[in-house]
Ligand binder design. Structure first.
Ligand SMILES: Cc1cc2nc3c(=O)[nH]c(=O)nc-3n(C[C@H](O)[C@H](O)[C@H](O)COP(=O)(O)O)c2cc1C
Ligand code: SF4
Ligand code: SF4
Length: 259
């Protein structure tokens, strides 16, 4: 069984590709949280993986809350692996993730960083077609190596020394994110067609549709699912996103799927 969290399709694509290759199912962590499904009866040799993005050199809060709720006895003695998708550097995030699972009673056997296209269009430009093709080819090669490892239930050692050196800077960087997840900069333009997709896909229900237009409130993860997946690019976050383009993995979500 693979558990994934994905806002723009990178982690979903990775989870689905690994699942297909190793013959296990994959399930959305958001759907599990909504269904209050935290107990799992795995088969004898079932491999268990968690696939999710890096957020500000740390774990997305929704992944943390899912892990905190899991029944740890279900995971005892299993080959359990993590795949953290990212757009560039991740500080000590992978090592921190391993430590976080351990602190919640779950032993991680192997952890991988998977470089994929950047979706944080608040700061970075969405990749051009050429950059996207190059990055996806590179990701496919890393993914193949991860799948070989998982097939053979290989273990690896995280955190690395470098990851340990980065613990303090990562904490500071991630704390900045935790403090600045404001919904205030969101705006919607006249291009909005009132389809409601943004509200349906929001993993924290931070969007309400009022008069067929989205309004933001509550505990936004800044996952940028709403902004990147809006079919008319009607959503902005401050002014900078007007010039950054949008990113969704080309083979991530089916058109109207939620999580
Ligand atoms: C809030 C936020 C923070 C991010 N922080 C990082 C980061 O610290 N390092 C990094 O390499 N990528 C970062 N990214 C990029 C994503 O981790 C990356 O594009 C990921 O593959 C997106 O996964 P998804 O498509 O499954 O949502 C960030 C993206 C978001 C939305
Ligand atoms: S997804 Fe875009 S078009 Fe659809 S309701 Fe939201 S802002 Fe409007
Ligand atoms: S409001 Fe948008 S950015 Fe915030 S959690 Fe919901 S989908 Fe993600």
């Amino acid at each position: 069984m693979l558990f994934y969290f994905s806002a723009t399709g990178n982690s979903l694509f990775a989870a689905r590709t690994i699942s297909d290759q190793i013959g296990e199912d994959y399930v959305s962590m958001v759907d599990c949280i909504e269904d209050e499904r935290f107990r799992f009866a795995f088969s004898k040799d079932e491999r268990v993986g968690f696939v999710f993005p890096c957020y500000f050199w740390g774990l997305p809060p929704i992944v943390k809350s899912f892990v905190e709720n899991l029944s740890t006895s279900d995971f005892e003695g299993r080959h359990l692996f993590l795949v953290m998708t990212c757009g560039s550097v991740i500080g000590s995030a992978l090592g921190d993730a391993v430590r976080y699972f351990k602190a919640n009673g779950i032993h991680v056997s192997a952890a991988y960083r998977l470089l994929m296209p950047e979706n944080y269009v608040i700061v970075f430009k969405a990749p051009s077609d050429k950059q996207l093709r190059r990055r996806l080819n590179h990701s496919a090669a890393i993914l193949t190596r991860i799948i070989t490892d998982v097939h053979e239930s290989r273990t690896n050692h995280h955190p690395t020394m470098l990851s340990r050196i980065m613990i303090l800077p990562s904490r500071v960087f991630h704390a900045y994110y935790q403090k600045h997840r404001s919904t205030r900069p969101f705006s919607v333009s006249d291009r909005c067609i009132g389809c409601g997709l943004c509200a349906r896909i929001c993993p924290t229900h931070s969007i309400a549709m009022l008069d067929e237009k989205p309004e933001w409130h509550g505990d936004c993860l800044q996952c940028l699912g709403c902004l990147n997946r809006c079919p008319t690019a009607a959503i902005d976050y401050g002014r900078m996103t007007q010039k950054r383009g949008r990113y969704v993995h080309p083979d991530g979500f089916a058109e109207h799927s939620t999580h």
